[in-house]
Design a protein around this ligand. Structure first.
Ligand SMILES: NC(=O)c1ccc[n+]([C@@H]2O[C@H](COP(=O)([O-])OP(=O)(O)OC[C@H]3O[C@@H](n4cnc5c(N)ncnc54)[C@H](O)[C@@H]3O)[C@@H](O)[C@H]2O)c1
Length: 269
């Protein structure tokens, strides 16, 4: 028996990094997982890994900045697996620039990718989560079980980060909307929480050299390491483990929380 047996989960941005580790973990715990990404190849690889470990996976390529595509994603989950119980809003990216050089293009792209994807995916999940829970309450007086939404903030929003005006605008807003939605959806037995990862080794945090789209200067990587109480950078599985906890029944009485998962990083606790 897995603790997510019979559950159906969407994990956005699960082609790589934290999303991939989360899809694999949720599947190991018994959930059927919908692998969503904008990049088909890594998404197919994640699905193959899920199937190789005996799990059930569907790949659905969609950019949920677009609401129609978000509806397509949640419909695909329900058409394939019969329902939708869990949404992990993990898709996100960075385009760092010191503030005096910030452009509307960089601001909008980063806010859309980190915040609007989560807004639209969650909105598109409402007919399949809120409405279903509402019908259960009408029939029996209570929802059949807790459904779960998880957002992704960042340690950058907790402590501020030079060069990330756009990113922290989005990740800070995630903390606020998590509280708002927790209050709106609590009566339907839908828990809404966020994780705020610290420094997790993925392409977003790899050592960056001149001209790289993603990454962090090596000096900043070393500085971050010195601030982490547990003395190591995080790995995607550190976040996947917390995702798995938050969407399990063990966390049925946790809602509205943004949980820092930073190894005790100073300023990010
Ligand atoms: N790595 C870290 O240290 C760290 C720290 C704090 C927060 N985060 C957050 O964790 C999440 C995952 O980051 P990661 O480090 O695994 O990054 P990653 O780049 O390794 O993976 C992100 C995935 O999201 C996908 N994606 C991007 N835009 C998308 C869109 N519009 N729709 C669907 N998929 C999209 C990408 O193609 C990619 O596969 C992000 O929200 C990120 O901001 C990461």
């Amino acid at each position: 028996m897995g603790r997510l047996d019979d559950r159906v989960a969407i994990v956005t941005g699960s082609g790589r990094g934290i999303g991939r580790a989360t899809a694999l973990r949720l599947a190991r715990d018994g959930a059927a997982v919908v692998i969503n990404d904008i990049d088909p190849e890594p998404a197919a690889e994640t699905a193959a890994l899920v199937v190789a470990q005996g799990g059930r996976a569907l790949v659905h390529i969609a950019d949920t900045i677009d609401l129609e595509q978000a509806h397509g994603l949640t419909r695909a989950a329900v058409e394939t697996f019969g329902k939708l119980d869990i949404v992990i809003n993990n898709a996100g990216t960075t385009r760092d620039k010191m503030f005096h050089g910030m452009t509307d293009e960089l601001f909008d792209f980063v806010v859309d990718t980190n915040l609007k994807t989560a807004y639209h995916t969650t909105l598109a999940a409402m007919p399949h989560m809120r409405e279903v829970a509402k019908a259960e309450i009408a029939a029996t007086g209570m929802p059949a079980y807790h459904r779960k939404i998880v957002f992704t903030s960042s340690v950058a929003a907790l402590m501020g980060n030079p060069g990330q005006f756009n990113y922290t605008a989005a990740k800070g807003a995630i903390i606020a909307v998590t509280k708002t939605l927790a209050r709106e959806l609590g009566p339907f037995g839908i828990n809404v929480n966020a994780v705020a990862p610290g420094f997790i080794e993925t392409r977003l945090t790899q050592a960056k050299t001149e001209g790289d789209t993603y990454g962090i200067p090596e000096q900043t990587r070393q500085l971050s390491l010195m601030l982490i109480a547990l003395g190591r950078l995080g790995i995607p599985e550190d976040i996947a483990n917390v995702h798995a906890f938050l969407v399990s029944s063990d966390a049925d009485y946790i809602s509205g929380v943004t949980l820092p998962v930073t190894g005790g990083q100073i300023g990010g606790m």
